[in-house]
Design a protein around this ligand. Structure first.
Ligand code: GRF
Length: 223
């Protein structure tokens, strides 16, 4: 990736997603609003007919279903070759995982070392893995939230770029809590990409250091 500054050409992003694509939409909207210096050059889904692909078509963004087989929960072997070819063809500098329900393995990770980001619906390192909002309810935490992080070989273990806390209410169901977390995800993801696009991130000893604080205010519940 070229040295990034605020005046750099738009950051070329590819998005991988398996579902609704609301986080992808938050990036599309931030780019359209001129608050994120990026261009989405490809949207790929391992689920044929996933709504994220409809969003891409509506916005005229190149998109494709890319099978993840022969595996169910990871991108490996032939699937990895397919994904690598598609990502290279769209000239992606950064890969954004937005509700992508598969683990990214070594070849992709090393081809895009330090350039794959993910959003996770908890305040990591709490509740890695699936349905973190249900894990938070079961545990009884008073705060839930979301984390944008770089992807490394572990599961939800890479350096954290930004986190936002969200209150857990007494009458929350898994659905209401996840919906509240998603409101903050849609603020956190564009902000994290903005930090990358503007070249404001350095990583030291697994810590993402920011020369200036993020521009979005924390959730009021965090105070
Ligand atoms: C989000 O909650 C994200 O944190 C998790 O998967 C969900 C994707 O939602 N990784 P969407 O497809 O972006 O609406």
């Amino acid at each position: 990736m070229t040295q990034r500054t605020k005046k750099a050409p738009p950051l070329r992003i590819a998005v991988l997603g398996s579902g609704s694509g609301s986080n992808c939409q938050s990036l599309i909207d931030a780019i359209a609003a001129g608050t994120l210096n990026a261009e989405i050059t490809g949207i790929f889904s391992d689920v044929e007919g996933a709504p994220i692909l409809d969003r891409a078509r509506r916005h005229g963004i190149p998109c494709r279903y890319l099978s993840g087989s022969p595996f169910k929960t990871k991108i490996d072997g032939e699937a990895e070759t397919r994904y690598l070819a598609a990502l290279e063809a769209c000239g992606a500098e950064v890969i954004v995982l937005a509700g992508f329900m598969r683990i990214v393995k070594h070849r992709l990770l090393s081809a895009y070392a330090g350039r794959i980001v993910n959003i996770h619906p908890s305040l990591l390192p709490a509740f890695p893995g699936v349905k973190s909002w249900e894990q938070a309810l079961r545990y009884g935490t008073k705060l839930a939230g979301c984390t944008v992080h770089f992807v490394d070989e572990g599961t939800d273990t890479g350096p954290i770029i930004i986190q936002r806390a969200v209150p857990v209410l007494d009458d929350d169901t898994p659905e209401t809590l996840h919906a509240r977390i998603q409101v903050d995800e849609h603020i956190a993801y564009p902000e994290a990409l903005r930090l990358i696009a503007d070249g404001r991130i350095t990583i030291r000893d697994h810590r993402v250091l920011l020369p200036t604080p993020p521009t979005v205010p924390p959730h009021p519940a965090a105070h």
